[in-house]
Structure formats: structure tokens, C-alpha cells
Ligand binder design. Structure first.
Ligand SMILES: [Zn+2]
Length: 121
């Protein structure tokens, strides 16, 4: 793989991840606010209720579900669109781009991914 091919694949990965990252983040935040608002409306902090602690714990776990779904969607997109090391299958992320382009090696196994010194043509 040439540096230009790696950069093109990472650009494609970024375009695939961006809508899910930002729209998913907004959706997750809205769901979290809705869950917490409903919980604290039903069980306000200033009023004693023996069931309140149970519902606080339940709503905390309920808040984890949208985050988990969002994370799994991002992981799935990463697995689908990210360039991979041919030796170990490591999916290259955008954060590893500069290191891989400078060394040409997989950050996980150290095998050559990019032909360093090629002009990308
Ligand atoms: Zn590797």
C-alpha cells in the first residue's frame, strides 16, 4: 500500500464515521437527558422514597445502553471501512495515521503496511 492509498482509505473512513459520530452523539445525549429527567421527575432528590435508589440504579444502567449501541456502531464502521494490516488484521485508525506514514509499520505487530519512501503514485 502506498501512503496515498492509506491516506485515501483513511479519508473514506473519516467520511463514513463522521455522521454516526456526531448525529449519534446528539441522539445519545438526548436519550440520556430524557432518561435522567424522567427519573428525577418521578423520584426527586429532595423527597424521600424507598424506591428511589432502585430507580436511580436502573436509570444508570439504562443510560449505558445508548452509549453501548453507539460504541458498537462506531466499531462496526471502523471494522468495515478502516484499512487493515495484512499480517495481524489491526484496523488502522485516524489517530495512528502520522505514525504509520512516518514508519510504514503496523503499530500492533510491526510489519510493513505502507511502502515508506514511495511517492504515492
Ligand atoms: Zn499488524
Amino acid at each position: 500500500m502506498t501512503p496515498a492509498e492509506l491516506a485515501a482509505q483513511l479519508h473514506h473512513l473519516r467520511r463514513a464515521l463522521r455522521p454516526t459520530f456526531f448525529l449519534g452523539g446528539v441522539l445519545v445525549a438526548l436519550v440520556e437527558v430524557t432518561i435522567l429527567a424522567a427519573t428525577f421527575r418521578a423520584y426527586p432528590l429532595n423527597r424521600y422514597d424507598p424506591n428511589a435508589l432502585t430507580w436511580y440504579v436502573v436509570s444508570s444502567f439504562a443510560c449505558c445502553v445508548p452509549i453501548l449501541v453507539w460504541y458498537l456502531m462506531l466499531r462496526q464502521l471502523l471494522a468495515r471501512f478502516a484499512p487493515k494490516c495484512e499480517r495481524c488484521g489491526h484496523a488502522v485508525t485516524l489517530l495512528e495515521r502520522d505514525r504509520i506514514l512516518s514508519t510504514g509499520r503496523c503499530p500492533k505487530c510491526g510489519s510493513a503496511i505502507v511502502a515508506v519512501g514511495s511517492n504515492g503514485a
